[in-house]
Structure formats: structure tokens, C-alpha cells
Write a protein of this length. Sequence first.
Length: 391
Amino acid sequence: MRIGNQLVISAAMLLAGLCLWVWLSADAGRTLVAMGVPEGAVAKINPAVSEPVSAEPSSGSRAPAGTQRGGGGQQTVLVATRPVGKGVVNDQLSAIGSGEAIQSVIVMPQASGTINEIHVKSGDRVRKGTVLAQLDDDEQIIVRDQAQVVLRSAREKSDSYSALKSFSRLEVLDAQIAKETAQLTLTNAELALKRRSVVAPIDGIVGIVAVNIGDNVTTTSNIVQLDNREQLLVDFWAPERFAVQVKVGMPVEATSASRPGRVFEGEVEAVDNRVDPASRTIRIRAKIDNEDDLLRAGMSFGVTMRFPGETYASVDPLSVQWDSKGSFVWQIVDKKSVKARVRIIQRNPDAILVAGDVKEGDMVATEGLQRVRENGTVRVAGEKTPEVASR
């Protein structure tokens, strides 16, 4: 019994609230009539329900700001529009790379010994075969001279045995073998003497000399580093989406902090054969000319490459809206609002690139979107209405 009383009281309160709503607002009464409530019952509460609706809003009942009522009672929404543009993505690659000389060698002696002479200094430009330093070679000179004496004796003996008929064929053969052995000994001695000279294996520029006269060096000692920097190799890493676009021979532009405002041109020399699974990037090597010797190995470079790219529609960031099905824009067609589904490709500060039901030149709403509805009537801000145009 107690629950029944509560239900009766609740129903009475709802009915009273409904009557108050109809009494305060004629539109509420019309809504109830449209839902099937008898117009006579509603008119007893608010007689204005049965009065015809004026095409123009009265002074006491104004339409919300930014809207107008059409002839059938439909609201006309005021919006601002902007045409769909065109944008390009994946048309440029920018990366940071590190430069190295196209040829670089750390020169080491081919024999152990004491440094007697140093013939170069840092910054010298040398050619291949230039003697950079000299080790002590007194012992090697003596060995070479001894080999020359032995070879001279063996040669004369071989020639004499060959000219005289009194020696057997075996003795003549032994003399020839002795001569050839002496020749090999001399060649070996000359090679050992030659290795006492530390020579440049490539053309290049001398770095800081790491030894001094009197130092005892071995075959693992660093004498000096030579760099051939007529061209520089710049290694950089690109995102994997560029892996199939970058080809050997493509042009490259590079800039260096040491030469602000200067752009150095080059080309791609090599592309790695796999993508790094950890960073999802691919290694690319570019070659840059350095004829004026303005660049050094080890410098950092900003590398830029340009591609044709992919073209997409470009819309104002304010025009993109969201609902349960995803992103969309309000396209304005014949003063009607049409919901056009789009897929966001790239966000930029001044525009969003999208793919979907819009194309370049289409008009989309950017402001006043809160009141826009599907297939609703809109008025574009700045356009003259027919009434104004006829005056």
C-alpha cells in the first residue's frame, strides 16, 4: 500500500510538471500534439497552442543567435566556410648525418725500429708513395750490400761454368741455382730495406703526426692518419617509408653548421640492403663534392632529399569533427550541409591532409558547427541574402 501511494504521488508530480511546461511554452504543447495528445486538452492549458506559427520570429520569441527560421519552421544556420585545398606528404626527407673522408688510412710501419726522420707535418698534402718517416736502416743496408756481393760472385761463377766445356752439366746447373738463390737473397734484403721507409698509401692530407724522432715503434704503432677529402661520404638514417623511394644516384642537399647559408650538392652513393628492426630506419650513404676543401671528416650535416610525394585534400583544422563512426567534415552543397567522411593522413599547424569524400575546391564549414545538422539549411557568412540583394 505504501508503494502504491508513492507511485500515485510521483505520477501526479510528473503531470503537474508537464502542465507547467505546456503553460509556459506553446512550442511544448505543439510537440505534445505532434506526439498524439488531443489538441483540445492541451489548448485548455495554453490557448496559444492552437494559434498559427508566424514565419518570422516575434519580438518576444527570438531565434537563437546565428540561426533563422525557414518557411517550414526549419532553422537556417549561419556558418563560415573555406575551400578544400591540396597538400603533399612524403615529398621531403630531412635527416642528420655524419661525414667521413672518401678515403682514410691510419699509416703504420711495416717493420719495427727507431724513428730517424719525419718528413711531413700536419696539414701537408701528399701523393701516394711519398715518404712520411724513416726508420733506422743501417743493418738492412749492410745485409743488402752483402747480398749484392754474393750475387756478383754467383753470377760470375755461373757464367764461367756455362762458357767452359770442362764442367759437367750438373756443375753448371748447380752454379745457375746458386746465382738465382743469391738473386732472391738480394731481393729480400732490398725489400727489408724498403720497409724501413714509412710511405703514404693514398693521396691525402696529413693529420697530426703521432710520433717523434727517436721513438721506438712496432708494426702496430700509429704514425699518422691520411684523409682524402676531395669528396665526403655522409651516412644518415631515413624512416622505412622511404626505403623503396631512395635510389642510388638521386640528388642530395647538405648543410653544415660550420658553413651557415651554404648548400652542398651531392648524390646517393649506396643504400643499405635492410631496415634496422630496432629503429625502423634504413642507412643511406651520400657523396658530396669538397673541391674547395671547406669540409672536414667528422662534421655533422643536415641532409635533405626531395620526392614527388602523394597528393591529398587539405582542410582547415577547425573543420574536422568526430562522432561514433570517426572523423568527418560538413560539406556545403547548394546551401545544404552534408556530412563527408574523411580519414586523417597528416596533421600540420595550418591544415590537415585527409582522404575521403572531399576534393579540391569543395566548400566545408569551419565555424558555427555546433548547430549544423545533416541536410540542414545553412547560410554562409558574408553572402548576401535574397532579400538584401533585391533592395
